[in-house]
Design a binder for this molecule. Structure first.
Ligand SMILES: [Zn+2]
Length: 379
């Protein structure tokens, strides 16, 4: 187990690597690659404070939006996420979500947010997209300072598809989710299916998406997948049946069944905790030596999470990024009768938005069927 998991974590972290010398400025490519090393990387490195301004078009929305509260909240969600990662992955991503507001967008800002407002810069950037709902555009980046400048633009209500009343900023969480997505780009994240960074963010904003799903997905970074599966915490779950409760605990349940998954040592020690009004039972997920087989690690290689690039004093690029991995292990769990049964421990293996298993799923083999023991829910 230890060997296999450390391999996975080794793949996640592309730790600071030198990418070839560059010739003096941030626009030079890395050794024959057509893409500059800082293409799509985080805009603001270090612990300076981002100076934000925003402008709102009168046509942006008819609802009474507290723009600062939405911006503050979205950046706070990222700040919390980065704090967890920095704590759990034993790395320090030099990214910041600290910010102050300027009274107006006068050109001295680091980041402008245009709510439906257009200007020459917006129009020029917009021509790169087809009828966008929003985008983040970095206009300058000083790789030596690790500091850029740019803007986020978000389309006015009904302007993308008037017929379908889209986008609709009066729907709860929509604007928050849109900002969360665009700030993810500012932090150097690519698109990742199943998270707030999913490319088809418009699907989540749709009025056809039920309100609970919208709340869960538009207020969290993680969704049906983790952006980065750091694991030293307790995950809440659903999906355990009364029969499974009885198989695992040896008794019928009393009242509501609760289930959680306790992961420590970055997923090296995993316990499913199943309970009801009468008490709790801890079921260790056993990564035995015999079952130390990782049957399905997948890493979305093209995906870069929190990509960082800056130039050191010798004009060498220093780059760093995480990937978004998925893996599945053969494991065992022990039933109440003492029987050791085969199980699967899966992280990020969901493949579509309709996959409701969540980022973590544990299934055990019962009468030749895979039965859910734990499904993570986002709350
Ligand atoms: Zn995007």
């Amino acid at each position: 187990m230890k060997r296999a998991l450390s391999t996975i974590l080794g793949v996640i972290l592309l730790v600071p690597s030198m990418v070839s010398a560059a010739e003096g400025n941030g626009s030079v490519g890395n050794g024959g690659d057509n893409h500059p090393a800082d293409n799509g990387t985080a805009w603001f490195l270090g612990d300076r404070t981002i100076r934000i301004c925003y402008e709102v078009s009168p046509t942006f929305t008819s609802s009474n939006v507290d723009y600062r509260a939405n911006i503050d909240s979205a950046l706070h969600v990222w700040d919390d996420y980065l704090a967890v990662l920095n704590g759990q992955l034993s790395i320090q991503l030099p990214l910041t979500a600290q910010h102050v507001y300027l009274d107006k967008c006068d050109g001295t800002q680091d980041l402008a947010i245009y709510f439906g407002v257009t200007n020459a810069l917006v129009e020029a950037a917009k021509s790169n997209y087809v009828n966008p709902t929003g985008f983040a555009r970095r206009s300058e980046y000083n790789a030596s300072k690790g500091w850029g400048k740019g803007f986020i633009w978000i389309a006015a209500e009904n302007s993308v598809s008037p017929k379908f009343n889209f986008p609709n900023w009066t729907l709860p969480h929509n604007l928050h989710g849109m900002l969360l997505h665009e700030f993810g780009h500012v932090l150097g994240c690519d698109h990742v299916d199943g998270t707030i960074m999913q490319e088809n963010i418009s699907d989540l904003l749709s009025a056809e998406t039920d309100s609970e799903t919208r709340r869960m997905r538009l207020t969290n970074i993680d969704g049906n997948k983790f952006l980065v599966p750091a694991g030293n915490r307790i995950f809440r779950g659903t999906g355990v049946s009364a029969d499974t409760f009885e198989i695992m605990t040896g008794r019928r349940h009393v009242g509501e069944i609760t289930i959680s998954l306790d992961a420590s040592n970055n997923f090296r020690e995993v316990t499913v905790v199943i309970g009801d009004q009468a008490g709790t039972t801890r079921i260790p997920v056993l990564f035995s030596a015999l079952n130390d087989i990782n049957i399905g690690t997948g890493v979305l290689i093209s995906t870069r999470i929190f990509a960082i690039a800056r130039m050191d004093e010798n004009n060498h690029w220093q780059t760093m990024s995480l990937g978004c991995p998925a893996f599945v292990f053969y494991v065992n769990v022990t039933t109440a009768s003492g029987e050791l049964v085969p199980a699967l421990f899966q992280v990020n293996m969901g493949t579509s938005n309709s996959d409701r298993r969540g980022p973590i799923n544990v299934m055990y083999l019962h009468k030749n069927d895979w039965v859910d023991l734990f499904n993570m829910t986002i709350q």
